[in-house]
Design a protein around this ligand. Structure first.
Ligand SMILES: *Cc1c(COP(=O)(O)O)cnc(C)c1O
Length: 381
């Protein structure tokens, strides 16, 4: 990564994306090919032999991911959960233990509770904002502390640097799911994390048109072990998806700045609205994680959750907006609204990860903020 002393937006646009040597194409082409002609047996051109093992469009994305995350090795997967699965199968053995957030992304929780538990991997859900609770949950078998910050959908903040120390003291890895913040707002590797995970489906891709995942490591040797399993397990990102994701990352910085600016305005509106009981947004000074967020994030992100005074009211608001589209997922240019209790987190009902029934979650898009505010005001009234 010879360009790693350059600024974020420069890396996002150029890292891994030198003009194509054969044609001069400024944008890395979609290499829709499964195999590559060999110049004699073993005579590979640029190391490519089969597209599960390597594809130039995916390589461009992987180099860009490593650069924007400030890491040594980037890997692109078919989905965020495919990336998570590859990490867990690389680090865990039967009897291993992982500390996870007590409000982890529902799919992450399901992977532990429904898939890995059957293979003898144990996990403990802990409120990660409580560093002492994380330390207390660590066992001799703990191989990793799994961090999300901000969390989904409660927007809790974990102190990455403090948790890296706790994990490393115990000989465990610190894994950070950086999906909510994106590489632009938060750089966990620089705070001591060993592995960064992304659902690139969200802010990194940014246009709600592709599903993908990523891993980035600071350490080349750990990156090599994961990359070996990426190929051995095979859940790679295809070239069309890699193209779309790379195209999204080019504008990550400008998109995130607008997501944050719009979210700040909307959080302010919600805090003053009589029908809203409370607002969960790390940018608000009264948020319990505000100081840690201010220390480790560039800005506070585009996700806001808020509590109405009843489940009925929460459901009503979700169904009343026009511009905020009722839907799952997040991080795209268009604004979305959802009811976590009945939608994204319905499967957490009755588990330690159950969310309040009066909660509404917004993924604030980059439309004109006055239109977004007008839509919410009408829906709330
Ligand atoms: C969506 C999401 C995932 C899973 O990613 P997929 O691309 O849907 O597989 C993981 N973590 C977080 C925080 C997410 O929002």
């Amino acid at each position: 990564m010879s360009m790693s002393n350059q600024g974020f937006e420069t890396l996002a646009i150029h890292a891994g994306q030198e003009p194509d040597p054969s044609t001069g194409a400024v944008v890395p082409p979609i290499y829709a090919t499964s195999t590559y002609k060999q110049d004699g047996i073993g005579g590979l051109r640029n190391g490519y032999e089969y597209s599960r093992s390597g594809n130039p469009t995916r390589t461009a994305l992987e180099e860009c991911l490593a650069a924007v995350e400030g890491g040594r090795r980037g890997m692109a997967f078919a989905s965020g959960l495919a990336a998570e699965d590859t990490v867990l199968r690389t680090l865990c053995r039967p009897g291993s233990h992982v500390v996870i957030p007590n409000d982890a992304y529902g799919g992450t929780y399901r992977l532990f509770a429904r898939v890995y538990e059957e293979w003898g991997v144990e996990y403990t859900p802990v409120p990660l904002q409580d560093v002492a609770a994380v330390r207390a949950a660590i066992r001799p078998e703990t191989v990793a502390v799994w961090v999300e910050t901000p969390t989904n959908p409660l927007l809790n903040i974990a102190d990455i640097a403090a948790l890296a120390q706790v994990a490393h003291t115990a000989g465990a890895k610190l894994i950070v799911d950086n999906t909510f913040a994106s590489s632009y707002l938060q750089q966990p590797l620089s705070l001591g994390a060993d592995i960064v995970v992304h659902s690139t489906t969200k802010y990194m891709g940014g246009h709600s048109d592709v599903v993908g995942g990523a891993l980035v490591t600071a350490d080349a040797e750990l990156g090599e072990r994961l990359a070996y399993n990426q190929n051995a397990m095979g859940a790679v990102c295809g070239p069309f998806d890699a193209f779309l994701t790379l195209r999204g990352i080019k504008t990550l910085g400008v998109r995130m700045d607008r997501h944050c600016a719009n979210a700040e305005r909307i959080a302010d509106l919600l805090t003053r609205h009589p029908k809203v009981a409370s607002v969960l947004y790390p940018g608000l000074p009264e948020h319990p994680g505000h100081e840690v967020a201010a220390k480790q994030m560039k800005r506070f992100g585009g996700m806001i959750s808020f509590r109405m005074r009843s489940e009925e009211e929460a459901v009503r608001v979700c169904e009343a907006t026009q511009l905020f589209t009722l839907g799952e997922s997040l991080g795209g240019v268009e604004s979305l609204i959802e009811h976590p209790g009945r939608m994204t987190h319905a499967s957490a009902a009755g588990s330690p990860l159950e969310v309040p029934a009066d909660l509404v979650r917004l993924s604030v898009g980059i439309e004109d903020v006055n239109d977004l505010i007008a839509d919410l005001e009408t829906a709330l009234d």
